[in-house]
Design a protein around this ligand. Structure first.
Ligand code: KG4
Ligand code: ZN
Length: 337
């Protein structure tokens, strides 16, 4: 099955053609047009600017994905697009385009939950991945521990009560004057600092599987205000260590509680080098299989949307064309609407 994926939920205009054969995926093309340059000066994503940029970039990105894959539109078997969660204007650009293309080429349209897309990302690179699996999904908008009972069957074990992990990285980076997006900037600077320089709080470390990052962010702000000469690299490294400590500890505990032998990371924060290192160490220590999608598969892309779309099409059939974008779409037990 050849699926065109379209992802426009936030600030990346992404398209991809994925060939699906059973549980195996061949990413024939994957185009990501980042809007970072447009939003950087505002210190975060400006929804109206994002929507307009998607309008300008999506058609060329679809053409590029088809050319790179060596595929003509009518040869596709389905058109899949993210229908939520995300910025509503941005989602509408992708879903409207996908429906239009599906009508023109007379192919099924499949609406995909962005979070389910992230959960499929590890499968695109690891064909032998085993389920059940515990996935730590950490992005700019979400922080979730998910028990992936099987492909398409999920149990949300824990989530953030306030800021998402990526949001905490972005806000701390902004406070430290490191620019946007903050995650990669903190990651880079942290390599020059000491992770044990400042004992920032590990919120809710031993308390259930939910997360809270706003206290950590406030602790960073208070510490820097009280110690204006503190090394910014030490602050970055110590903040990152506190966040990673909690993320790794809870994922480990979830896998212990459930007796699950495999752990995977997903979402933009999964690109964090310290989290990746600590993740693999923890898995090795516990004798678990630890999966790490590549950086490009961690951050938003359309190959993961095409993969999740193919699965949805096979199991639920096409999505009716009157299903619209849903900015608050949740990850239910089956990610169905
Ligand atoms: O999954 P994603 O591309 O978009 C959303 O669905 O949100 O995640 C973006 C988030 C941003 O908050 C960004 O700062 C964070 O992922 N991020 C990182 C790193 N690379 C991206 N956070 C920490 N370390 C990184 N290396
Ligand atoms: Zn995402």
């Amino acid at each position: 099955m050849l699926v065109l994926g379209i992802e426009t939920s936030c600030d990346e205009t992404a398209t991809a053609v994925v060939e699906v054969e059973g549980a195996a995926y061949d990413v024939r093309s994957s185009v990501v047009s980042s809007q970072i340059d447009l939003h950087a000066r505002y210190g975060g994503v400006v929804p109206e600017i994002a929507s307009r940029a998607h309008v300008e970039r999506l058609v060329p990105a679809v053409a590029e994905a088809l050319v790179e894959a060596g595929v003509e539109g009518p040869e596709l078997d389905a058109v899949a697009a993210t229908v939520g969660p995300g910025l509503v204007g941005s989602l509408l650009v992708g879903t409207s385009a996908a429906k239009g293309l599906a009508i023109v080429w007379d192919k099924p349209f499949v609406g995909v939950n962005h979070l389910e897309g992230h959960l499929f990302a590890p499968f695109l690179e690891e064909p032998d991945i085993t389920v059940p699996l515990v996935v730590l999904l950490v992005s700019g908008g979400h922080t979730m521990l998910v028990h992936m009972v099987d492909r398409g069957r999920y149990e949300v074990l824990g989530a953030t009560l306030d800021d998402a992990a990526g949001e905490a990285f972005d806000k701390v980076a902004r406070f430290l004057g490191l620019g946007y997006p903050g995650g990669p900037a903190i990651d880079r600077l942290a390599t020059q600092g000491r992770p044990d320089a400042i004992a920032f709080p590990r919120s809710m470390l031993n308390d259930g599987l939910d997360f809270s990052f706003s206290g950590l962010k406030t602790a960073v702000v208070n510490h820097v205000r009280k110690n204006p000469d503190v090394s910014t690299a030490d602050v970055a490294a110590s903040f990152q260590e506190a966040a990673v400590d909690v993320l790794v500890a809870k994922a480990r505990r979830a896998a212990d509680d459930l007796g699950v032998g495999a752990l995977s990371l997903a979402g933009g924060v999964a690109a964090n080098s310290r989290l990746r290192e600590r993740w693999l160490d923890a898995c090795e220590e516990d004798g678990r299989q630890g999966y790490l999608p590549s950086h490009i598969m961690c951050t938003d892309n359309a190959a993961m949307i095409a993969a999740a779309g193919a699965w949805r099409l096979e199991h639920d059939g096409p999505t009716p064309l009157d299903v619209g974008a849903n900015p608050n779409l949740a990850l239910g037990p089956t990610a169905r609407r």
